[in-house]
Design a protein around this ligand. Structure first.
Ligand SMILES: [Zn+2]
Length: 157
């Protein structure tokens, strides 16, 4: 996959937030996520020894807070000029479960590329509530999975 202008803008958004808001050990990474209709939501990590959330998760929460629907792309950028950083294992799992078709922008700053999240998490663990519905879809890599558990409120779209 090649970088779109909107992907480059997403990297710029996360870079700007990292520069502006990541100025302490509590906040060291910024993330920016984009909806299909072009809205961008950002977040910073909330470091804490008890397991504070990564920037990607905070951006997902910010998007949900604003009533965003499906996210189609996300990127994280480190503080102190570290550039784009790939999502940790936990975030890969969260992104895959929430947005199976999301693209994650990874790579060095001179060679960025959007990658489907499923490619970042081969042989994926299937969240318990999904297991009975779609084990073959997972094994064959045929995303997206069926909708999220019915205990959740319906999305707005
Ligand atoms: Zn993470």
């Amino acid at each position: 996959m090649t970088m779109l202008d909107t992907d480059r803008a997403l990297v710029q958004a996360a870079t700007a937030v990292a520069k502006l808001r990541c100025r302490s050990d509590n906040h060291t990474v910024a993330a920016a996520a984009r909806t299909a209709d072009g809205r961008v939501f950002t977040g910073v990590n909330v470091y804490h020894f008890t397991g504070g959330p990564c920037a990607e998760v905070v951006a997902i929460g910010a998007a949900a807070t604003q009533g965003a629907g499906e996210l189609e792309a996300i990127v994280a950028v480190g503080d102190r000029g570290r550039g784009v950083i790939p999502p940790c294992g936990r975030c890969r799992q969260v992104l895959l479960d929430y947005f199976p078709s999301i693209k994650v922008i990874v790579g060095t700053m001179d060679a960025l590329r959007p990658v489907p999240v499923a490619e970042l998490l081969p042989e994926t663990y299937v969240w318990g509530d999904h297991q009975l519905d779609a084990p073959m879809a997972v094994r064959t890599g045929q995303w997206p999975m069926p909708s999220v558990p019915s205990s959740r409120p319906a999305s707005e779209d």
